[in-house]
Design a protein around this ligand. Structure first.
Ligand code: AMP
Length: 417
């Protein structure tokens, strides 16, 4: 078959086979349930947006906007971009639909596909999935701690252990001014030794130099935002740490953590796992108190995070036993086949998952299929049963078998046992 194969999925995209799709679906169910337990509501948004939205909110000088966006022109000449992250769309919807009118605090989550033109490798794709949460309207560090806890709760529910939390505060525009001054002064004489991206960032967005993976070693002694926080930001960070403490959440402070996006203020955090190697980040987020005002809304505090589902899935979430189907109906001759088929459809109408063999295969082959389908029950119908108006009901796990009347009400009762 392989030699005839003309088409394969494009590099950097991922196909999900049924067993993977089932795992993903379960992961998504866990996320939905947990986020709703935390009183977050789901938002769904389009695959593409005006390019300008990402330029303005993600930031002109970020790797995403500079190098990674899938941007194209539509027939009317407008520049559109496949969404590389969720926050800009959530904020756009918040403003476009006046969601602030629904109450001072609005909490949203999403599970969406994202697109970035990165070099594909393990854990890094061009089309990938993220779930994210955004709490808009609260300036409180309690909200930041709640967000962190919701993500950790989800990891826990998926039986993923060993995820580390790193936190930092990058201050507000007020304290950042002083930090940037000192930071630039310090780097001025060392600029030549930095990578080209950092040289450019020195004038466009110097704070981003701090989390450069290439220059990390050279930046060990640089001034860091945490040492320049104003009183308000220092108190906020203490409040955040205190809340994490109350919740029994362990964390490390990473003074170099600034996160890749321009809009963060005060709290930033990331989740990492050593099993993921150099690209060890599973997710991250922080506070973005300036973004909503910057995009044209009233100044509104906000905080959020995003977690990469593809990377999360590499950490082998342990799901409960595969569900399988409820009933596999096995028929032993042509006349029983129609009876069996009707029964399958009655079972489906009654809320059971049910199936049968449409190929007229032997009893042995049908039982093998029932096993393969992980069926809880097999119902066998042959000439004897048909004539006696009954079926054989077999519990697959124990092999226990009994004869019951061919009557959907009775069968339904038996299946509930
Ligand atoms: P970011 O939006 O850059 O903060 O990324 C949040 C999370 O999304 C990361 O921690 C990753 O888990 C995931 N992520 C980002 N880019 C990719 C990618 N190209 N492929 C797979 N996952 C990604």
């Amino acid at each position: 078959m392989d030699s005839y194969l003309k088409f394969r999925n494009v590099r950097g995209t991922k196909d999900l086979l049924p067993e993977e799709a089932e795992l993903w679906r379960w992961v998504e169910e866990v996320i939905r349930k947990k986020m709703e337990d935390y009183n977050y509501q789901e938002l769904r948004f389009p695959t593409f947006e005006l390019t300008e939205l990402f330029k303005k909110s993600t930031g002109e000088d970020t790797d995403i906007v500079q190098k990674e966006m899938f941007t194209f022109k539509d027939k009317g000449g407008r520049s559109l971009t496949l969404k590389p992250e969720g926050t800009p769309s959530v904020v756009r919807m918040y403003l476009q639909y006046g969601l602030y009118n629904r109450g001072i605090l609005q909490k949203f989550y999403y599970i969406e596909r994202m697109f970035r033109q990165e070099k594909p490798q393990r854990g890094r794709y061009r089309e990938f999935r993220q779930f994210g949460a955004e709490a808009i309207g609260s300036p409180s560090p309690e909200t930041d701690a709640e967000l962190v806890r919701s993500a950790l709760d989800i990891f826990n529910e998926l039986n993923i252990h060993g995820i580390k939390l790193n936190i930092n505060s990058i201050g507000c525009p007020k304290c950042r001014e002083k930090f940037i001054r000192e930071f630039k002064k310090f780097l001025c004489s060392r600029l030549d030794s930095l990578c080209n991206d950092c040289k450019r960032r020195y004038s466009t967005n110097p704070m981003r130099i701090l989390d450069c993976k290439i220059d990390r070693e050279k930046l060990i002694d640089v001034p860091v935002p945490l040492d320049y926080l104003c009183d308000d930001c220092r108190k906020h960070f203490s409040g955040f740490k205190e809340r994490l403490g109350y919740l029994g959440i362990n964390y490390s402070i990473d003074k170099h953590l600034v996160r890749g996006l321009d809009y963060y203020t005060k709290t930033v955090f990331e989740f990492t796992h050593s099993k993921l190697g150099t690209k060890d980040e599973v997710g991250g987020g922080g506070r973005y108190d300036g973004l909503i005002g910057f995009l044209g809304g009233d100044e509104t505090p906000a905080s959020g995070y995003a977690v990469g589902l593809d990377r999360l899935l590499l950490l082998s979430p342990q799901r409960k036993e595969s569900r399988g189907i409820d009933v596999y109906v096995i028929t032993l001759d042509k006349a029983s086949d129609l009876t069996g088929w009707k029964l399958v459809n009655e079972l489906r109408d009654s809320g059971f998952s049910a199936d049968k063999d449409p190929l007229g295969r032997s009893m042995k082959a049908q039982f093998r299929e029932a096993d393969r389908q992980n069926a809880k029950w097999a119902i066998v119908i042959g000439e004897k049963e048909r004539e006696g108006g009954s079926v054989q009901l077999k519990r697959m796990e124990t092999g226990e078998q009994k004869e019951v009347p061919l009557n959907i009400t009775t069968i339904k009762e038996e299946l509930k046992c």
